[in-house]
Design a protein around this ligand. Structure first.
Ligand code: NAD
Length: 259
């Protein structure tokens, strides 16, 4: 049930962390092809090399996910290469420190929303269009959007410090779940499932800047998670193992948030 045999997937943010671990899990689950989308050609090349599978099963596309043409292009290139698109994982994201709302630089807010929300919207829109345009008209397709524990309406045990100072990121990650909920209802009747994953703190380059912050230290959990622990959850939702899940958010945070 966890097989992706014969299926084709896109993973944005695929050159690092959770995205790269997801691509690896998909290839191990038998995916015919995986497109890795990320900002830089060189990090994409080393990511692809680290996957150690036949190069014919990987396509790398250097693109900024918040660019509309770029989103249309990475989806088109995927369908051109393998003739289908079954799974789309929108994982690219940024988490710069933007500070409290009253002090926040508006341009910093815009940047976070542009990548984390507009980027996910564009990838979702272009992926759904391609899925619906296929001969199967979307049947059996799955989209997974990466939100965060900061996109849930509770974090740690009565102490909400995790939200303070993260308004732009929180807004983007709540927004991702809004996109997911609407899209799931819209395309559900066509047989396309749309879900979100909400990771807790995960050992990736993104966590570096936050490792010692209050909200990481205060979590009532023994350790941060590993990227492959999120990838396994994404694989569940992407594959037929998750065939009756749609419109849901899967929290994978070691038990941190009460949500
Ligand atoms: P990461 O920094 O290792 O990977 C993110 C990738 O996204 C990078 O390779 C980066 O180059 C790429 N990216 C950023 N902006 C882009 C753009 N405009 N266009 C294309 N690619 C872009 O971080 P990660 O931890 O693997 O994060 C993956 C996702 O998981 C993010 O959406 C993040 O918000 C979410 N998340 C991470 C954690 C965590 O603790 N690491 C927790 C909750 C949610």
């Amino acid at each position: 049930a966890f097989s992706l045999e014969g299926k084709v997937a896109i993973v944005t943010g695929g050159a690092s962390g959770i995205g790269l671990a997801t691509a690896k899990a998909f290839l191990e689950a038998g995916a015919l092809g995986v497109t890795l989308v990320d900002l830089k050609e060189d990090s994409l090349s080393s990511a692809a090399a680290s996957l150690s599978v036949e190069s014919s099963r990987i396509l790398t596309v250097a693109a900024d996910v918040s660019d509309e043409q770029a989103a249309a292009s990475y989806v088109r290139q995927t369908v051109d290469k393998w003739g289908r698109l079954d799974v789309s994982v929108q994982c690219a994201g940024i988490s710069p420190v933007t500070g409290p709302v009253v002090e926040m630089d508006v341009a910093a807010f815009d940047t976070v929303i542009r990548v984390n929300l507009r980027g996910v919207f564009l990838g979702l829109q272009q992926s759904l269009k391609a899925m619906l345009a296929s001969p199967r008209q979307g049947q059996g397709c799955s989209v997974v959007l990466i939100s965060s524990q900061l996109g849930l309406d509770a974090i740690d045990h009565g102490d909400r410090t995790g939200f303070a100072g993260s308004a732009a990121y929180c807004a983007s990650k709540f927004g991702v779940r809004g996109l997911m909920a609407s899209a799931a209802q819209e395309v559900g009747p066509k047989g396309i499932r749309v879900n979100a994953v909400a990771p807790g703190p995960i050992e990736t380059p993104m966590l570096e800047g936050f490792r010692d912050s209050d909200h990481v230290k205060k979590g009532n959990i023994p350790r941060a998670g590993y990227a492959d622990e999120i990838a396994n959850a994404v694989l569940f939702l992407a594959s037929d193992a998750g065939s009756y899940c749609s419109g849901t958010t899967l929290k994978v945070d070691g038990g941190w948030s009460k949500w």
